[in-house]
Design a binder for this molecule. Sequence first.
Ligand code: ATP
Ligand code: LTN
Length: 331
Amino acid sequence: MIGDKKIVFSGVQPSGNLTIGNYLGAIKNFSRFSEDYKTFYCVVDLHSITVRQVPAELRRRTYETLALYMACGLDEKKNTLFVQSHVPAHAELGWILDCYTMFGELSRMTQFKDKSQKHAENINAGLFTYPALMAADILLYQTDLVPVGIDQKQHLELARDVAARFNQIYGDTFTIPEGYIPTDTMKIASLAEPTSKMSKSDPNPNACVYILDSKDDIMRKFKKAVTDSDASVRYSEDKPGVSNLMTIYRAFTGKSLEEIEREFDGRGYGDFKLAVGEACADGLAPVREEFARLMADKAYLEQVMKNGADEAAYYARKTMSKVRRKIGFVN
Ligand code: ATP
Ligand code: LTN
């Protein structure tokens, strides 16, 4: 608790252009906590170097991710917005938690298995211990609630296990965090391969709709989206492509799945795809405009980062001094 408020923490990697998966699964939900919780939203640049990044792009994307947080409705005065590498306590607690996280636990992480397949030439130690750093992010702020997409559930459970293990050895040190996983949009699928997750590092540009795509691009990508040969707009496990489009349409229009099925009853996929594209482009238009406005003022973004890091560091320091004392480090 900070004052009388519970604590929310989440992070997004500046590892690519953010997709509507990141938007609907995570960022769009962040602002709902701004009033009633103490919220920390972080651009996790330390995590992103587990995969090789081009330095100039990493720097640009770090600004962009912060600007997108703000453009998606996070008021910098009501939320602590900051960059992970600006608060060294993340790396410090990350190392400490490495020593309380088991090789076997890390070996079971599906993200590690996926990413080591995708980046077979660079299976580095950071990629393996990634979840311990994520646990550090969360535990450093005594976080109660972590809004994320379903793909992060396994990492979150590990963070809970590590916290419980540490508390068991040293007495109450960390709050055990809970996940907040939105049921409607926890997994937005790729438009090209609807059985896998839409991921910003997917090399196929037609697989993803990016938050900052132009309306033309959005319309084109939805037109090309993989569906099936059945031609009926119906939500069903054996229709992953259409079901994914319905999920996206529902998220942008607020209509229920039944309403959507009725709306497109007897009409082909062509009409439906156009409607999904329109709804998505219209929903994102204000985000795009606000983003452009924010990116034009780098100095202001730097000010926001700095204020955020100062505030985050203040709370991180409190946890770190407790951790150091418990472990037996000389003060
Ligand atoms: P990468 O492809 O670089 O691994 P990513 O697209 O998975 O990245 P992250 O930065 O790892 O994105 O995730 C940021 C947040 O967005 C996380 O909370 C994650 O669960 C959520 N998220 C990412 N992709 C999706 C998706 N397709 N559907 C729902 N939520 C998602
Ligand atoms: N691992 C997450 C990003 C992330 C995160 C966090 C999310 C890093 N630290 C702390 C929530 C809380 C991802 O890949 N999406």
